[in-house]
Design a protein around this ligand. Structure first.
Ligand SMILES: [Mg+2]
Length: 315
């Protein structure tokens, strides 16, 4: 661990305020080319070493980031920074839920929906500088069938896109775009039953997105009104429609006006059950999976501490 600058004071309150915080970066070395070297260099250069002492830990396998985050909590680290995309953040956050440890983010994946929304931007250098002047907030997390998610989870077309991205070493906008087109042509809307707020809604659904945060990656604003601290999901249903309607809607989706589209229904709820026959493509923060059976969503209000850059648009 790197030594912080010594701070000399006799006042215990000042000493506590000036005390260097213990921080660990959890890095998925596979999430970007030459990331390992770049992250070290950027931390050395841009992290405020008066404020933070730090370690860097590397993940070795899927799910390892959750174990490392739990280890960090057990060892008394105050801040655990996920270096990666929404999938890496998901894994780290799962290890920090209901603890006092604080999640920080350095975007190094593709998409980076949550990092963008919280105001970290897309660049490693900028995000590290922003960690220096960030404040702690509490945010909600979602749970789908026992597994947590921090940003968005859902079923349908976006689940298929996430499944098509699985095992892809090449990430980035173009691979996502190509697979989104492919999935858009391939995916057939399915009858779904949505139970929430004492009501049952039946629709042929192209997508059902259960959003804690408003954006997928790449500024795709699926739930523009979603707030991460209101104890509610924003549920966005894209109903069956001619495929070209979805493509034509992209400008509205990118400018936060998706609710203007007439194939979109929108709800807010604390809990939701989705029933749909057969195997379903689902995703947790962009990590694809498939599932047959009911999908139970519930929200964990203010269950995660997160470092948010000052002046960020949190809502
Ligand atoms: Mg919310």
């Amino acid at each position: 661990m790197k030594d912080a600058f010594p701070v000399e004071t006799n006042n215990p309150f000042v000493a506590e305020a000036l005390r260097a915080r213990n921080l660990v970066f959890i890095v998925n070395p596979n999430s970007g080319t030459r990331l390992q070297a770049k992250i070290k260099d950027c931390i050395e250069r841009y992290l405020n070493h008066r404020k933070f002492t730090y370690s860097i830990w590397y993940t070795e396998r899927p799910g390892h980031a959750t174990e490392l985050a739990q280890k960090a909590v057990a060892e008394g680290y105050e801040i655990v920074v996920a270096v990666g995309g929404d999938g890496s953040i998901n894994e780290v956050a799962a290890g920090l839920l209901h603890t006092d440890a604080v999640l920080g983010i350095v975007p190094a994946g593709s998409g980076n929906g949550l990092a963008m929304h919280l105001g970290y931007g897309r660049k490693i250098e900028e995000a590290i500088k922003k960690l220096n002047a960030a404040e702690v907030r509490k945010m909600d997390c979602g749970v789908l069938n026992g597994r947590p998610f921090v940003n968005v989870a859902g079923i349908g077309f976006d689940g298929l896109v996430s499944n098509l991205m699985k095992g892809q070493t090449k990430r980035g906008f173009i691979p996502y775009f190509v697979r989104s087109i492919k999935a858009g042509l391939q995916y057939v809307s399915k009858p779904c039953e949505l139970q929430m707020n004492g009501e049952t809604i039946r629709e042929n659904c192209f997508v059902v997105t259960v959003a804690n945060g408003p954006m997928y990656g790449y500024n795709v604003s699926i739930a523009p009104d979603a707030r991460m601290d209101d104890g509610l999901f924003s549920v966005v249903v894209l109903k069956e429609a001619p495929r070209w309607h979805y493509f034509m809607a992209m400008p509205n989706v990118l400018s936060g006006k998706i609710f203007n589209e007439n194939f979109v229904r929108h709800f807010t709820t604390k809990e939701l059950v989705i029933k749909s026959e057969g195997d379903n493509y689902i995703h947790f923060d962009g990590e694809g999976s498939s599932y047959s059976g009911d999908l139970h969503f519930s929200i964990l209000p203010k269950s995660l501490h997160v470092l948010v850059p000052r002046e960020a648009n949190y809502e």
